[in-house]
Design a protein around this ligand. Structure first.
Ligand code: FAD
Length: 523
C-alpha cells in the first residue's frame, strides 16, 4: 500500500467511519485519500438520532454498551476528542458520565397486574440448567443453522431470565442457536447483574450526538471526504492472478450516474446489508409504511456480488423472512413532566439509572427506557424524550384492538398507558413517532458458516466487507462493537498494519474455570 493509494468506503455507518479512522490513525493514510459514500442524507447509518421539540425527536434505537467488552470501540474512542469536554476523549467523558449515573434498574419486569416482578432468581428448572450447559458448550459447526428452540424446552421461554435476556438483546425463540450461545459466553458477566442492568454503560446523549458526531468531526478535520446522498449501485471487477479485484464503482448521486475508477493499489470497503434497511417512520396519526428490500434496494449490491461467489456469503440467509426479523420502536417527545414524574415514582429510578422496563405479559412484549435528560444536544429544558420498542408488532394489543404494525403514535401511547395504568393526560403533550424495521434482527437469523463473508474474503485483493454480516470468531452481532471490530480487522489486513487488534475478552481462561463459571451463572 503506498501513500497515494485511495480508499472508498461504501456506506457511512459506524463501521465505515471507524475504518476511515483506523486508516488515518494506524495506517497513516492521508485523510484526503479516503472517501465515504453514503446513500442517506446523513452519516451514521443505524446510529441515527434527530429532531426538535416542534416536530418531535426520533431515533431508531437506544444503545446499551459495556466497558468490560467493546474492546475495539473503546480502542477507537480513546483517540477521538469529545465535542463538549475540552481536553477529554469520547472514552473519558463516557466513563465519567457512567460513574455519575450508574444503572440500577428497580423495575426491570412488570406483570399484567402492574406489579414489579422479583427478578433476583432467574427462574431456571434443573432441565433448563442442563440444556443451557449443553448449548453453551456445543460446537458451532455441529450446531449449524439450528434455532434456540432446538436446544431449550418450552418452559425456558417462560423464565424470568428469558424475559430479561431476550428483551435486553432482542432475541426471539426462532433465532440462531449459535448466536445465542455466543451471547451467553460473551456476556457471561451480565448474568450476575441482568436484573439491575448494572453492567450497562450509556452515552451522554443519543448515539448520533455522542458517537457519530465526534467521529465525523475528527474525520473531517483529517480531510476525509464525506459524501452523502450517494448510492453505489454496482462494482466493476476483474480477476488477476486468481484474485478478485474491484476496478470501478457505479454510483447514483443526486439522481445522476457517476463512475469512479478504482486503480491499482486502491481499496474498497463495502457495508453489506443493514439491520435498519427499509425502515420507515410513522406519526401521531399514521402507522409506518410496510416497506421491504424491494423498496430500498439496500441488499442488492451484496446480492449481486454474492452471485457465483460463495466466498462473499449468502444474503438470503438473513433477509429471507421479514416475519422473523421485524420489530418496531418508538420515540416520544414530551413538553410536560407528568409522564417522567409518574414513571420515576412508579419505577423508583431517576431517568438514566433504570434501563429497560419490560411489560412481560403485554401482547406486543413492550419495553421502554427513560434516558438521562437531555437526550439530544439541541433538546431544551422542559422537554423530555424517551424510547421504547416491542418485539411482537404483529400481535393485537391488550388495550388497543390492533396489531402494533397498524397503529399510529397516539394508539401506541394508549397501549403504553394501559400497561402502566397512567391517565392519558400524562401524555397529552406527547408526540410519539413509531419506526418499523423489517430487518432489525436479520443478523440473528439461523445461518451456517459461510453465509457471512470474512472481513477480507479469501481470494480478494482489494475488497473488504464491514458490517454485522461478516464472520468474526466469538464476537456477537447487534452491537456497535461488531462493526468496529470488523472495520479494524479489514483495515489492518488490507493495509498490512502490525498493531495488535484488542482480542475478544475471554469469558474465562481455562476449560475448567469456564465450566465452573457457567454452572455458577446458570444457578
Ligand atoms: C433499534 C436498535 C437498537 C440497538 N441496540 C444496540 C445496543 O444496545 N448496543 C449496541 O452495541 N448496538 C445496538 N444496536 C446495533 C448498532 O447500532 C449497529 O450494530 C451498528 O450501528 C451497525 O453499524 P454498521 O456501520 O455496521 O451498519 P449500518 O449502521 O447499518 O450502516 C450501513 C450504512 O451503509 C449504507 N449503505 C449500504 N449500502 C450502500 C450503498 N450501496 N451505497 C451507499 N450507502 C450504502 C446504508 O445507508 C447505511 O447508512 C442497535 C441498533 C438498533 C437499530
Amino acid at each position: 500500500m503506498h501513500s497515494n493509494s485511495k480508499a472508498y468506503l461504501v456506506g457511512g455507518g459506524i463501521g465505515s467511519l471507524a475504518a476511515a479512522a483506523f486508516m488515518v490513525r494506524d495506517g497513516h493514510l492521508p485523510g484526503a485519500n479516503i472517501s465515504i459514500l453514503e446513500a442517506a442524507p446523513v452519516l451514521g447509518g443505524s446510529l441515527d438520532g434527530a429532531g426538535d421539540p416542534a416536530s418531535g425527536y426520533s431515533m431508531r434505537g437506544g444503545r446499551m454498551l459495556t466497558t468490560d467488552n467493546y474492546e475495539c470501540t473503546w480502542d477507537l474512542y480513546k483517540s477521538i476528542p469529545s465535542l463538549s469536554h475540552q481536553g477529554k476523549t469520547v472514552f473519558d467523558e463516557t466513563v465519567e458520565f457512567n460513574e455519575q449515573h450508574k444503572s440500577n434498574a428497580m423495575a426491570r419486569l412488570v406483570d399484567r397486574r402492574r406489579a414489579k416482578v422479583p427478578v433476583t432468581s432467574m427462574g431456571f428448572s434443573m432441565q433448563d440448567r442442563m440444556e443451557l450447559l449443553k448449548l453453551s458448550q456445543a460446537d458451532e459447526d455441529a450446531m449449524g443453522a439450528s434455532r434456540i428452540t432446538d436446544w431449550l424446552s418450552p418452559g425456558f421461554f417462560e423464565t424470568e431470565f428469558w424475559y430479561m435476556w431476550s428483551t435486553t438483546f432482542a432475541f426471539q425463540p426462532w433465532h440462531s442457536a449459535v448466536e445465542f450461545k455466543r451471547y451467553l459466553l460473551r456476556f457471561l458477566l451480565e448474568f450476575s447483574r441482568i436484573e439491575t442492568l448494572a453492567g450497562v454503560k450509556r452515552t451522554i446523549y443519543n448515539q448520533y450526538d455522542s458517537l457519530v458526531l465526534p467521529l465525523q468531526t475528527w474525520l473531517k478535520a483529517q480531510g476525509v471526504r464525506l459524501v452523502t446522498d450517494c448510492k453505489v449501485t454496482d462494482l466493476d471487477h476483474k480477476t488477476e492472478a486468481g484474485k478478485f479485484v474491484v476496478t470501478g464503482l457505479h454510483c447514483t448521486r443526486q439522481d445522476k450516474s457517476e463512475t469512479v475508477a478504482v486503480n491499482d493499489g486502491d481499496l474498497v470497503f463495502l457495508q453489506n446489508g443493514s439491520m435498519t434497511d427499509a425502515s420507515s417512520l410513522g406519526s401521531m396519526t399514521s402507522a409506518p409504511a410496510p416497506l421491504t428490500k424491494e423498496d430500498s434496494g439496500g441488499w442488492t449490491l451484496w446480492e449481486k456480488l454474492a452471485e457465483g461467489h460463495p466466498e462473499f456469503g449468502n444474503p438470503a440467509a438473513f433477509n429471507r423472512s421479514i416475519a422473523q426479523s421485524c420489530w418496531e420502536s418508538f420515540t416520544v417527545t414530551l413538553k410536560n413532566p407528568d409522564f417522567f414524574d409518574d414513571m420515576t415514582g412508579f419505577s423508583g429510578n431517576e431517568p438514566g439509572t433504570g434501563g429497560l422496563v419490560t411489560f412481560k405479559d403485554s401482547n406486543w412484549l413492550m419495553s421502554i427506557v427513560l434516558a438521562h435528560q437531555p437526550h439530544f444536544l439541541n433538546q431544551p429544558a422542559g422537554v423530555q424524550v424517551f424510547w421504547g420498542y416491542s418485539l411482537f408488532p404483529d400481535r393485537v394489543g391488550n388495550f388497543v384492538p390492533k396489531p402494533m404494525a397498524e397503529c399510529n403514535g397516539a394508539e401506541i401511547l394508549r397501549e403504553l398507558c394501559g400497561h402502566l395504568r397512567f391517565d392519558l393526560d400524562t401524555v397529552a403533550t406527547a408526540n410519539c413517532i413509531p419506526c418499523r424495521m423489517p430487518y432489525i434482527t436479520s443478523m440473528f437469523m439461523p445461518r451456517v458458516r459461510g453465509d457471512r463473508p470474512l472481513p477480507v474474503p479469501r481470494g480478494s485483493k482489494n475488497l473488504a466487507f464491514i458490517s454485522q454480516f461478516v464472520e468474526i470468531p466469538d464476537d456477537t452481532v447487534f452491537t456497535v462493537e461488531y462493526s468496529v471490530r470488523a472495520a479494524q480487522m479489514a483495515v489492518y489486513q488490507l493495509l498490512g498494519i502490525e498493531r495488535d487488534i484488542p482480542p475478544v475478552t475471554p469469558h474465562d481462561k481455562s476449560p475448567r474455570t469456564k465450566f465452573e463459571a457457567l454452572i455458577k451463572a446458570f444457578k
